[in-house]
Design a protein around this ligand. Sequence first.
Ligand SMILES: CC(C)(COP(=O)(O)OP(=O)(O)OC[C@H]1O[C@@H](n2cnc3c(N)ncnc32)[C@H](O)[C@@H]1OP(=O)(O)O)[C@@H](O)C(=O)NCCC(=O)NCCSC(=O)/C=C/CCCCCCCCCCCCC(=O)O
Length: 719
Amino acid sequence: MAQFSRVSGSVGLITLQNPPVNALSAAVRQGIVDTVNKALQEPEVKSVVICGQNKVFCGGADIKSFRGVMTGPPLIPMIHAIEASTKPVVAAIEGIALGGGLELALACHYRISHTKARLGLPEVTLGLLPAAAGSQRLPRLIGITAALDLITTGRHVTAAEALQLGIVDHVTDQNTVDVALKFASSVAGKPLDARRISLYPCPPSDDTDALFEEAMQRVRRSARGAIAPVACVQAVRAAATLPYAQGLEREKELMATLFTSGQARALQYSFFAQRAVGRWSMPSGAQWDTVEPLPVQKTAVIGLGTMGRGIVVALTQAGFSVVAVETHEKQLTQAKQAIEEMLIRGAKRRGVTPEHDTITYSHSMEPVANVDLVIEAVFEDMVLKEKVFQQLSAVCKPGTLLCTNTSGLDIDHLASKTPNPELVVGMHFFAPAHVMKLLEVVYGRQSSPRAVATAMQLGKKMGKVSVAVGNCLGFVGNRMLKPYMNQAFFLLEEGASPELVDQALEEFGFIMGPFRMSDLSGIDVGWRIRKEEGLAVPDQRTGQIPRMQKGCRYSPVGDLICEQGRFGQKTGQGWYRYDKPGGRVARPDPWMQTFLNQYRATHGLVPRRIDPKEVLERCLYALINEGFQTLEEGIAAAPEDIDVIYVFGYSWPQHRGGPMFYADMVGLEKIMDRLEHYHQAHPDVPSLQPCNLLRKLVAIGSPPIHKWSQVMKTLRSQL
Ligand SMILES: CC(C)(COP(=O)(O)OP(=O)(O)OC[C@H]1O[C@@H](n2cnc3c(N)ncnc32)[C@H](O)[C@@H]1OP(=O)(O)O)[C@@H](O)C(=O)NCCC(=O)NCCSC(=O)/C=C/CCCCCCCCCCCCC(=O)O
């Protein structure tokens, strides 16, 4: 809806009304068309202001409506009618002007923004382009380079930057609508052609071809196969090289391809999935809207290794006071310096002053006594963590929430070592913890809903996308990674090279394939865990690590290369070789080829040619199957939880939605058939056997992903 009123006799005020972000739904568009017509028809009205209800200008087109049949007046003619208006129209921008919201403002003759507003054209993040003439108007207003930056990244700019770029005419910290009304009154009757952006020529650049060539290369490098950034460059190129009307045609053509693409569906699903994970629930029925989080102001972090330092920075930047504890003096001094530097760099990037005076460094636990919440981030060793938790239980005030940063250790076990297991939760941060957006909040059997609500809220305040998951080995993310990695190892045994496996998965869209990723994070990490699990241990009789463990196929290739001291980038050798220890450029290593040949010969394995399609199917479908298993067990509450974890924690390409969305796109029946096919070929690999939930979903006709949660409720009792 949009409401019309007349202010001071001669200014028509149009207020968009569609909480919470005044998205341009059919009703809002109809409201704008009607109220603009009214303003044009009423002779008393000499100028117009458009604003949004509740100090929010407009969050753009209604993303939900993209999935159905579009109704209501189309956006583009509505926007053109505003620019063509014979009475000056002023946009009063408060809160946000995003996507179609900014395009609406660009059609107005003047833009006045509140200092705290954010503006942008984020359509690319939804698999689209600014197709309400934004790709044609913005370059004409601010030049090609700046427009390319905003349109291909979708980044939001502050009002100050918008002013500097020339997107807005004036910025105020007063009541923006009042300022705009006064201004509108002052420009009534003035000529408007010079204010119509569609009439501007696109500012020329020195070498347009080179500029667009470079932009295209840049987006192709970072897009990982996403098509929208490429279409955005093409649309801006049309603005730079074609007359406005033809540019618009090109914009429309490009949008038509994007609009119906699977990538747009995936990215829009991902937008809503990020919001859905905030509406967490526990198997007990406790959920986000019925539980009050505990108040948290003072926090502590125990252990200042890489993870602990990142967590201190993230907490500090979120405005919490932090007691940072490290028992080793030298490590404490080094950590202090590193944290200060990280805070200075972060503050510089965000254009604010660093917040380090809220951190208290300590080598003892004493100052932890009066904090509200502790995050233990010591080495991933259960005995050590138990000891720290016992110390914390003795020193902390009653009611303090005890969180452990772990990538997979048993939360229930740790909780059982404390007198208040209901106050224990897991917080699985991803390295670097102050940068990575994902946080798995892990509830144990006894974790109280308030403890979970508190950890979820803390994650949100730290700017994380937090997902509540149940407790099991590896939680959701690392648990699903295991069958994926196992398939990668088996493929090496059967004839693939690390390069072949990595390339297939990188072409799919992962930033790094499993072997390059393993070299980066350290191959020895998994080796240590496998040794603790009793897997990477030579048989006393043969002296070799068995290739069958507990009745299942096991590949010791990772263990064997660790035995050679090849731990990845840090040792300069791993699955690949590097120029030096710590080197970053991975090169294929002839040593690896020889090693794999010898390994296969020793075990009587006849290598075969492996197709990239087989790499994708085996690695991804095994991972997806484990995802269904976590849903079946209730470890993950909904497919969106898994997808958000994989997009934000494991570099799953966002334009493919996430593993469960991808499964839905591929078709559950196909996934099940291919898993069965591979399981027949490898009966000693249980993770290739389709799990019950997948079978049940196929049996009832493979319902679409948004229906799975509902189906799961019924199925869980039968599974
Ligand atoms: C920054 C935000 C706006 C606010 O953030 P925050 O305060 O943290 O709050 P949130 O939790 O994120 O959001 C609150 C709730 O609001 C919902 N929301 C937010 N934005 C929208 C929206 N734009 N539409 C619908 N709903 C929205 C959100 O889901 C929350 O709901 P809930 O509480 O969880 O239920 C932040 O929300 C944000 O960033 N929003 C997105 C902003 C954005 O991306 N805007 C751009 C939208 S796309 C657009 O504008 C496109 C314009 C051009 C359209 C041109 C149309 C032409 C169609 C041509 C088609 C041709 C096809 C031809 C095919 C054929 O031939 O058939």
